[in-house]
Design a protein around this ligand. Structure first.
Ligand code: NAD
Ligand code: LMR
Length: 324
């Protein structure tokens, strides 16, 4: 049997983790032939609930699950892991912006960044906890793990946008490709319909209602998280978990020819973004890492959206500069 893949999940007693952990354990993510070892991190008040999660894992008798550890120590949780899903943090409630969480959640990622030094050399770190781009920047800045191992999750925005476009065009979601989400997992992200394709054709040749694209589609993707919170009373959980697992898989497998996936990664100046920001880009897997898809163009309208979200990330970085 193959060597087990060791996966750390933080916030393991929380809502997103409850949807993610069982998929990881079942083989649905890494396949039926890859054993999985889970390392579950929580804070002390949540350890009792975490015990119940582990009881349920036991009760599933998953053939792929070869070990589970629970801990409230980040150093222990990240020891030797090949993947780390950093979910543990406070979610926003109704009426809040994700950036309102920055001084509450940001400090969590200082210690976790340091503890990630104990991870395996091939570790991939996926930051989910909000505001995820800037929390990723904090974790990366406090760690000796190579910077290209860190990414923050824009995948839920991508999945949301894909479904909205597919529904509008009356096509399956698989027909929508080349969809970029630029910038921040926030209300200012730019879901880029301009470079997207449907069945290989420019999307704007298929969906010709420019007013819908600009005035309905873009704001609906930007604000979808808040709409779910309003309806559910708490933030999206199952869809967040699926997006985190999609993200992790996209980093580990070849990108389909002619397409890309999205994640927020360290900018080294691509598309005029300040080097050092964690910015949402279209990516392709290259070797055991990734590369940013270059050469895409935006209209003046799209560039205004892009500049706005870039400015927001600059401001977020300023707010946490003492943690970097
Ligand atoms: P939740 O409150 O259900 O669970 C969070 C868990 O994190 C809790 O069990 C809590 O005890 C734990 N926790 C808090 N501090 C911790 C720490 N220092 N170490 C380990 N665990 C800790 O929340 P949730 O619904 O699972 O959401 C978690 C985070 O994910 C929130 O910040 C939310 O906004 C974010 N989120 C991001 C996306 C995205 O697209 N990037 C999508 C959905 C949710
Ligand atoms: C989402 O987009 O659903 C999550 O980031 C949760 C939130 O606060 O909106």
């Amino acid at each position: 049997m193959a060597e087990p893949i060791r996966v750390a999940v933080t916030g393991a007693a929380g809502q997103i983790a409850y949807s993610a952990i069982f998929r990881l354990a079942s083989g649905a993510v890494f396949g039926p032939d890859r054993p999985v070892h889970l390392s579950l991190l929580e804070i002390p008040p949540a350890m009792k609930v975490l015990e119940s999660v582990v009881m349920e894992l036991d009760d599933c008798a998953f053939p792929t699950l070869v070990g589970v550890e629970m801990t409230d120590q980040a150093n222990q949780a990240f020891d030797g892991v090949n993947a780390a899903l950093l979910i543990g943090s406070r979610p926003r409630g109704p009426g809040m912006e994700r950036a309102d969480l920055i001084r509450v959640n940001g400090p969590i990622f200082v210690g976790q960044g340091q503890a990630l030094n104990r991870a395996a050399a091939d570790v991939r770190v996926v930051v989910v906890g909000n505001p995820c781009n800037t929390n990723c920047l904090i974790a990366m800045s406090n760690s000796d793990v190579p910077k290209d191992r860190f990414s923050a999750m824009m995948r839920l925005d991508y999945n949301r946008a894909k479904t909205m476009l597919a529904k509008k065009a009356g096509v399956p979601v698989t027909a929508v490709t080349n969809l970029a989400i630029w910038g921040n997992h926030s209300n200012n992200q730019y879901p880029d319909f301009e470079n997207a394709r449907i069945h290989g054709q420019p999307l704007t040749n298929v969906i010709t209602d420019q007013n819908w694209l600009q005035e309905t589609f873009v704001p609906d993707v930007q604000t979808r998280g808040a709409v779910v919170i309003k309806a559910r009373g708490s933030s999206s959980a199952a869809s967040g978990a699926i997006a985190a697992l999609d993200h992790l898989l996209s980093l580990r497998q070849p990108t389909p020819e002619g397409d890309w996936f999205v994640a927020a990664v360290l900018s080294t100046g691509e598309y005029g973004v300040d080097p050092g920001l964690i910015f949402g880009y279209p990516l392709r897997v290259k070797g055991d890492g990734w590369e940013i898809v270059e050469g895409l163009t935006l209209s003046d309208w799209g560039q205004v959206k892009f500049n706005k979200v870039l400015d927001e990330l600059r401001q977020e970085r300023e707010v946490v500069k003492d943690l970097l």
